[in-house]
Design a protein around this ligand. Structure first.
Ligand SMILES: Cc1cc2nc3c(=O)[nH]c(=O)nc-3n(C[C@H](O)[C@H](O)[C@H](O)COP(=O)(O)O)c2cc1C
Length: 331
């Protein structure tokens, strides 16, 4: 099994020494979370949270691309918008800030985005999607990829044609989430259909949807014969999962998964980073990470409740330290 991924760009090609990619996850994959993922996955391509191109041109969200300059390893920037010139400008800006590749979001079903003609709405406007890809490919030298779904709805799955047109327009890679727009997150990702699309395309195809562990990854790669896989929800509460899957695909054994105590230590580190960056508000932002971490050990539910009630970061950290102490004494 090959262990790297080559993406040819117009001027610059990329060779990534890992076939496991971290999904862009709005509200989750910020600089701090990526830092944790990177700890276990030094070579994998990670994505920043998606950025609206028009807002970026107006100066909003600029910190999201400036941050990647100081980070280790390959980081891609995902843009969404329906205005070709805005996206081309944002792509240029991302390239000069050190983006490893540019991804265009053509799969997001969120109404706020799709109603403005971005994300999955582009599935219904192939001419605009083609124009977007053409403009961006002309604007940058690094590879340009498209992340999309297998179609709008079960009845409207003309995605093959759509992808071939985007490939002709200059798309250098596709990530395909094996669900239709209509499905949202319901049902199961259709890996077989991703496999049918893979054989029709010349550029690399990344399979996405419902990969949570090493077995899922191997099964998905066997079915799709994809060039790589992308993990989204699997990283929630498990920032090591990209590294763990990469490790296994490389034929390495005995990956050192963090123990519960280590996961809780990581949570303290996460709270500290959030407080450092956002002030006391960081504790509120930590809630989702708390919920994803405190769910699979004795006393997890209680700890979660106590952390949500904590009046300040120190109180929260003391609760976690107490739990670490209890767990250590038990073992
Ligand atoms: C909280 C959350 C945020 C997401 N944000 C984005 C995003 O910004 N861009 C995008 O292309 N997809 C986004 N997605 C979709 C995921 O990238 C991925 O395609 C989808 O979750 C299916 O993969 P999974 O089964 O591995 O989670 C998001 C999904 C979740 C759950």
């Amino acid at each position: 099994m090959h262990t790297s991924l080559v993406i040819k760009g117009k001027g610059v090609s990329r060779e990534i020494k890992s076939r496991v990619i971290q999904s862009p996850l709005a509200g989750v994959t910020d600089r701090i979370f990526r830092k944790f993922i990177r700890r276990w996955a030094p070579h994998s391509l990670l994505f920043a949270e998606m950025i609206n191109a028009t807002s970026l041109n107006l100066g909003y969200g600029i910190e999201k691309i400036n941050q990647i300059n100081n980070e280790e390893g390959p980081i891609g920037i995902q843009l969404f918008d329906n205005r070709p010139n805005s996206v081309a400008d944002a792509a240029k800006e991302s390239e000069s800030s050190g983006a490893y590749i540019i991804d265009i979001n053509m799969g997001c079903p969120v109404k706020k985005i799709a109603n403005k003609g971005g994300g999955s709405a582009l599935l219904r406007d192939p001419c605009l999607a083609v124009e977007l890809v053409k403009k961006i490919s002309r604007a940058v030298n690094i590879p340009v990829s498209v992340k999309t779904r297998i179609g709008w709805s079960e009845k409207d799955k003309n995605i093959k044609e759509f992808l071939l047109r985007l490939q002709d327009a200059g798309a250098n890679m596709f990530t395909i989430h094996g669900r239709t727009r209509e499905q949202g997150f319901n049902g199961k990702a259709d890996w077989s259909f991703i496999g049918e699309l893979k054989v029709e395309l010349d550029v690399p195809v990344i399979a996405n949807g419902d990969i949570y562990n090493v077995n899922d990854a191997i099964e998905c790669l066997n079915i799709t014969k994809a060039d790589g896989i992308m993990i989204g929800r699997g990283v929630l509460g498990a920032p090591w999962i990209i590294g763990e899957i990469d490790f296994a695909l490389k034929g390495l054994e005995n990956f050192k998964k963090p123990t519960t105590e280590e996961k809780l230590q990581l949570l303290i580190e996460h709270i500290d980073e959030l407080i450092f960056e956002k002030g006391e508000h960081g504790l509120l932002m930590a809630r989702k990470y708390i919920a994803w971490t405190c769910n699979d050990f004795d006393g997890a539910q209680n700890l979660r409740k106590n952390l949500v009630r904590a009046k300040n970061p120190q109180e929260a950290k003391d609760e976690i330290l107490l739990m670490i102490h209890k767990l250590k004494n038990k073992s």
